[in-house]
Design a protein around this ligand. Structure first.
Ligand SMILES: NC(=O)c1ccc[n+]([C@@H]2O[C@H](COP(=O)([O-])OP(=O)(O)OC[C@H]3O[C@@H](n4cnc5c(N)ncnc54)[C@H](OP(=O)(O)O)[C@@H]3O)[C@@H](O)[C@H]2O)c1
Length: 370
């Protein structure tokens, strides 16, 4: 596995920029890297909103406040919608984008780096002396790129689902990152999308490969965090999961496992120009997920699968933009075609740990659905 060209850990003093750092995957990666003692730059559109979150997480998180099991407060618990504390139509402030602010050492560390006893993050013990520098970063605002990349030699690249025109955003950003001395780009792609040659993920993956950029691609399966973000209100308010997944089985994956892999890949040699599919080790249907939720919550949770048309109507009512709705529809078409069902052992192979099971994920996040 050792690749002599890949030695990111030899440049430890330089930092790692995590884009999309306030999202489900990005937050988990920031926390995993902080826990591993890395110098982390958390790139967010509004650093002040991210700081407010940091304070919220640090002060015990929603789950801890409501009496969740010790140490289980992790990604998606404190801020289940996965969205910033900002009105949807409120523009992120530009002025703070150029002013790096540092999260107090314990803040980010306590978010992710405080795992459930003995069974979570490797290296969590080192979390106490670590912190993340929060900087303004927006794919749509090139003036934020240089300051976000200052002192950085590795990037965790997340393509927000809402960023569809990658030719004007992600790809020029990759070029800028290379020019500024970045030596490794770890791109979070998506298992269900790269096969669609028109998908943004496919375009970015192809660009990285064609230009022989120093990349690694991670292709996560559907995240368990869907249950605590997209499905949260349906479960909490109406006791149902509504997703157009039909009767398909999915090897769902926890963002914490994606983060553990990302942290390994960013900090140890041997992963350049590799593509990893990240799935859980068991495939479950959403009917089973509903049964597990029912068991854990002590009330019946049902699952229903709308038609594509019904789902699009539902998303439109929720204010989802048409291109994002189309992307979600495409994901579930792949899911129904059994494109997300195959379990893999890649997470165990890369991290030395079994991936989180759906049952465990539900136990850890149970307070989200009360
Ligand atoms: N969710 C899944 O089931 C799943 C499965 C497999 C792969 N993935 C992939 O994983 C990636 C991350 O997914 P996620 O669930 O973590 O997404 P998410 O929770 O929606 O997070 C997206 C992040 O992107 C940020 N963002 C939005 N617009 C931006 C812009 N113009 N410039 C910079 N940042 C911007 C958001 O920050 P703000 O706080 O500023 O809005 C947020 O932090 C996606 O590429 C997705 O395809 C997801």
């Amino acid at each position: 596995m050792t690749d002599p060209r890949a030695a990111p850990s030899s440049r430890r003093s330089a930092g790692i920029l995590v884009t999309g750092a306030s999202g489900a995957v990005g937050r988990a990666v920031v926390d995993a890297l902080v826990a591993a003692g890395e110098t982390v730059v958390a790139g967010v559109r509004d650093p002040r909103a991210r700081l407010a979150d940091g304070a919220k997480w640090a002060s015990g998180t929603a789950a801890a406040a409501r009496g969740s099991r010790p140490g289980s407060a992790t990604t998606g618990v404190a801020r289940p919608t996965g969205k910033p504390d900002r009105a949807p139509n409120q523009k992120p402030s530009r002025s703070p984008a150029h002013k790096p602010v540092t999260v107090p050492a314990g803040a980010a560390a306590r978010t992710i780096g405080k795992p459930a006893a003995g069974r979570d993050e490797p290296g969590a013990a080192s979390a106490d002396h670590a912190g993340a520098s929060v900087r303004g970063f927006d794919f749509a605002d090139r003036s934020t790129w240089a300051s976000a990349l200052a002192g950085v030699d590795r990037v965790l690249l997340i393509r927000p689902l809402v960023v569809t025109d990658v030719g004007r955003s992600i790809i020029p950003f990759i070029d800028t990152a290379m020019e500024s001395g970045v030596r490794h780009v770890v791109f979070v792609s998506q298992l269900s999308l790269p096969f669609d040659t028109r998908s943004p993920q496919h375009i970015v993956e192809t660009y990285l490969k064609r230009t022989r950029a120093p990349y690694t691609v991670l292709r996560p399966n559907e995240l368990m965090q869907v249950l605590s973000t997209v499905c949260r209100d349906d479960i909490r308010q109406r006791d149902e999961i509504v997703l157009p997944a039909g009767r398909a089985r999915l090897a769902l994956v926890d963002a914490r496992d994606v983060a553990r892999v990302a942290a390994r890949v960013l900090t140890e040699p041997g992963h350049l120009r590799k593509t990893y599919t990240l799935s859980g080790e068991q495939a479950v249907g959403y009917q089973e997920v509903a049964a597990l939720l029912s068991d854990e919550l002590g009330r019946p949770i049902t699952y229903s699968s709308p038609s594509d048309e019904e789902y699009l109507t539902l998303l439109a009512k929720q204010g989802t933009k048409p291109d994002l709705a189309a992307a979600l529809q495409a994901v579930y078409q792949v899911v129904r075609g059994r494109g997300a069902m195959r379990p893999t052992r890649t997470i165990r192979r890369l991290t030395g740990q079994r991936p989180v099971s759906v049952r465990r994920y539900i136990e850890d996040h149970r307070d989200v659905w009360h």
